[in-house]
Ligand binder design. Structure first.
Ligand code: PGA
Length: 251
């Protein structure tokens, strides 16, 4: 299966000039390759500029969030339809930072997934346990619960367009926990569990075709470990994607 590498720039960088430099470098250096698809998720304000710069290339564009309505009186929100009309393909939903810092709930994520699917985007749904849940042996329980609440309650799911990310909170680069890195084996175990959940809910075709990625402190040193696993279809890269040299090395 084609691997998917997604760069999540989070709330970086702070000037358009730097964005242009980063996007230009990626555009110059990344060549079309049937084995991998590369998507970049800059902050909303830079999306149209990066869309222009990526035009005609194999690079895809993603957003880091969206709202659950298409239009209306929702101050400060950005709708999936707006993103779609800008040329965005992917939208990251349920990222742990939004759950922890903005108080996003599984119910909200669920509504966002539904609208994103309806408007033709590919939701990249993040699921993962925190350090306490990990230490208490609750990983599978949490994965199943988040999977059910953020996805399955949706009325209609086009599984061809859903991307799942196993994102263990304790392993992301900004985490202060001491549980260490999530090894490729740990990531594979979780990815296989998520695939089994898809199999049980949506059948073989969906389980075979769905992309399940790993996200959490992926860098140029360890990316290959995750990407070489058959059961892991790609990676979501945060901090390391801001260093274009390092991100190119990962790709
Ligand atoms: P990181 O971010 O690569 O900086 O750990 C990953 C994520 O936020 O999912």
């Amino acid at each position: 299966m084609q691997k998917l590498i997604i760069a999540n720039w989070k709330c970086n960088p702070t000037t358009l000039k730097v964005v242009q430099k980063m996007a230009l470098e990626l555009r110059k250096r990344i060549k079309k390759n049937p084995k991998i698809e590369i998507a970049v998720c800059p902050p909303f304000v830079y999306l149209s500029e990066v869309a222009k710069m990526f035009k005609g290339s194999s690079l895809r564009l993603g957003a880091q969030n969206c709202f659950w309505e298409e239009r209306g009186a929702f101050t400060g929100e950005v709708s999936p339809l707006m993103l779609k009309n800008l040329g965005v393909k992917y939208v990251i939903l349920g990222h742990s930072e939004r759950i922890m810092m903005v108080g996003e709930t599984n119910e909200m994520i669920n509504k966002k997934v539904q609208t994103a699917l309806r408007d033709g985007l590919f939701p990249v749904v993040c699921i993962g346990e925190d350090a306490t849940e990990r230490t208490e042996g609750k990983t599978f329980q949490i994965l199943e619960q988040e999977f059910e609440q953020s996805l399955i309650m949706s009325k209609k799911i086009d599984w061809e367009r859903v991307v799942l990310v196993y994102e263990p909170l304790w392993a992301i680069s900004t985490s202060s926990h001491s549980l260490g890195d999530c090894t490729a084996d740990d990531a594979l175990t979780a990815a296989l569990f998520l695939r089994k959940l898809v199999l049980n809910k949506a059948g073989q075709k969906a389980a075979r075709n769905i992309k399940i990625l790993y996200g959490g402190n992926v860098n140029a040193q360890n990316a290959e470990d995750y990407l070489l696993e058959d059961g892991i279809d790609g990676v979501l890269v945060g901090a390391a994607s801001l260093d274009i040299k390092e991100f190119l090395a990962i790709c």
